[in-house]
Ligand binder design. Structure first.
Ligand code: SF4
Ligand code: SF4
Length: 96
């Protein structure tokens, strides 16, 4: 891998429960790096849900998760992924 490629590697990613999403777009509107976009697909409730359209731009800051009223999405830093996977806390928090 060249140095430029390693610099461009994404630092974060998202987890999404697409069937919980209500398509409000808060996550898309408040993402500081504008890396989310609505899918062209609908979930079972008939809403478009967000996709990580530009994964290299995701920092894992979790602002999407903070703004989501339904706990349908959250962001995580790649460096913390393994820690989160092995944590007793669920990777995706249960809906309040
Ligand atoms: S974790 Fe941050 S950068 Fe990534 S999609 Fe969510 S708000 Fe955007
Ligand atoms: S903020 Fe939550 S409910 Fe709203 S579009 Fe994003 S994932 Fe769906």
């Amino acid at each position: 891998m060249s140095e430029i490629e390693s610099v461009r590697k994404g630092k974060g990613t998202i987890f999404l429960r697409k069937e919980v999403c209500k398509g409000c777009s808060f996550c898309i509107d408040f993402c500081p790096t504008h890396c989310l976009e609505f899918s062209i697909e609908f979930n079972q409730k008939g809403y478009h849900f967000p996709l990580l359209a530009r994964p290299l731009d995701c920092t894992g800051c979790d602002l999407c998760g903070l703004y989501c009223p339904d706990f349908a999405i959250f962001g995580v830093k790649i460096k913390d992924l393994e820690k989160r996977r092995t944590s007793p806390e669920p990777l995706i928090p249960a809906k309040g």
